[in-house]
Design a protein around this ligand. Sequence first.
Ligand SMILES: Cc1ncc(COP(=O)(O)O)c(C=O)c1O
Length: 498
Amino acid sequence: MSEANNSPVPDTRALAEEHERLGRAALRLITDYARSLDDAPVCSEATPEQLIELFDEPLPIEGSSAEEIFKHVERDLIPHAMNIPSPRYFGLFNPTPLPVAVWADVVASALNQNGAAWRNSPSISVIEARVLRWLCQLIGYGPESFGTLTSGGSEANLVGLKCARDRALEGARDRGLRADGSNGNLIVYASEQCHYSFVKSVDILGLGRENLRKIDTDERFHIRTDLLRAAVERDLSEGHTPVCVAGAAGATSTGVVDPLDELADLAREYKLWFHVDAAYGGALAFSEKHKWRLRGIERADSVAFDPHKWMFVPFECGALLVRGGGRVLRDAFDITPEYLSENRGGADVEYDFFRYGQLGTRRGMALKVWAAMKSLGVRGYAEVVDRQVELVNYLASRFDESEEFERVGEVETALCCARFLPAWARAKTPAEQDELQRALQQRVERSGGAWLATTVLHGRRALRINVNSFLTERRHIDYLVELLRREGSKLMREGGEL
Ligand SMILES: Cc1ncc(COP(=O)(O)O)c(C=O)c1O
């Protein structure tokens, strides 16, 4: 704040000076943080109650200086953050963000463009169209395709299913689901491994949670197309309306890719909308070595593909791509409020992203994606994706050669599932073995050495390990295996924890 100006908000000269001062302070916090990542515990041991105490302040009546606020951040917030960017974070699909994307996002914040209407975000909206074109091209879509950036994969799936619903039931958008009084139940099909956002989406779209058919998977956790066909036939014979089949390209629990080509055939045969949830696995498209797994994705009517997962873009940023182009999204979402009806009569309306999806005000998300894609290029992404898949295959081989672990499923992306089952645990009941996985995850978490999740696969709990960070190396994988062993044998000694 300038001294001449006693107002709590700066004038433009003071604004620049404050940015400079705080920029330096933030830069120091971020660089110190980055430097600490190799050694720092991955997560804090603090309980919610302890954290509530750290931030238990009354409503601030008087303002405090930015320096004090940043000190508070450094003292109480950063030490208790989950170290998602750590090379030993093996958790959900949460990446180490690329510095170029982080700083592009800072620039986007400072410019505060509102990407809803082109007029309020002219250059970033055009960049959004550009990155969407790049993503469409990557997955093999033609030039007419288009899309929209979203807050994440959940919203991308919702937008895709909205297009599916509207195509199946003309008039649903304007008159509601029972518009013609005879549509029966509208059914969406996905594997039992589908992300929970499908459940929410069918609810939000008025289809009802019971009308999401979760189809069983085979022993490698791919959707069983024979059961899918049987379910569609059964629904047709009962007078329901099959609407959409969704395939996973990188399922949340296993990372595996459903047989997309087969699903595309089936969708065509029954005239269903074909949606692919490639929120995570879409990045396989960068890799010459692994992109064959996505074969058939280019036949999908819509694809969810999140830059904030395997493209190392900081939260938030998802994308929904549509083969049929912007017209499909406009039919589903377009509206012209009075205060957004002025345009220059040119192409500007084409870049009004509020017309293409659910979001109104939206930050300039495209800038960080654009910066990341320009910075790494397809080759750079391919190199990281290939390296991470290789690392996870290495982890799988470590599990396979050990008598203490039993691998579950296949490695098709950078995700591997396994169960810790040393000789002493094999005689235990299934429920006790499941509890062992949970107890081991807890111990690893409390050790601060690494973070991983557990999941349930065909009814049994397993460890779920995903390499998310471009910082992860073999030594981190070796460390993880040793940590699991060490904490596992402590569990055996303590026995009572099970
Ligand atoms: C396969 C898949 N689809 C969709 C989502 C939802 O994405 P988001 O959390 O960005 O909304 C996830 C989240 O992990 C996911 O794994």
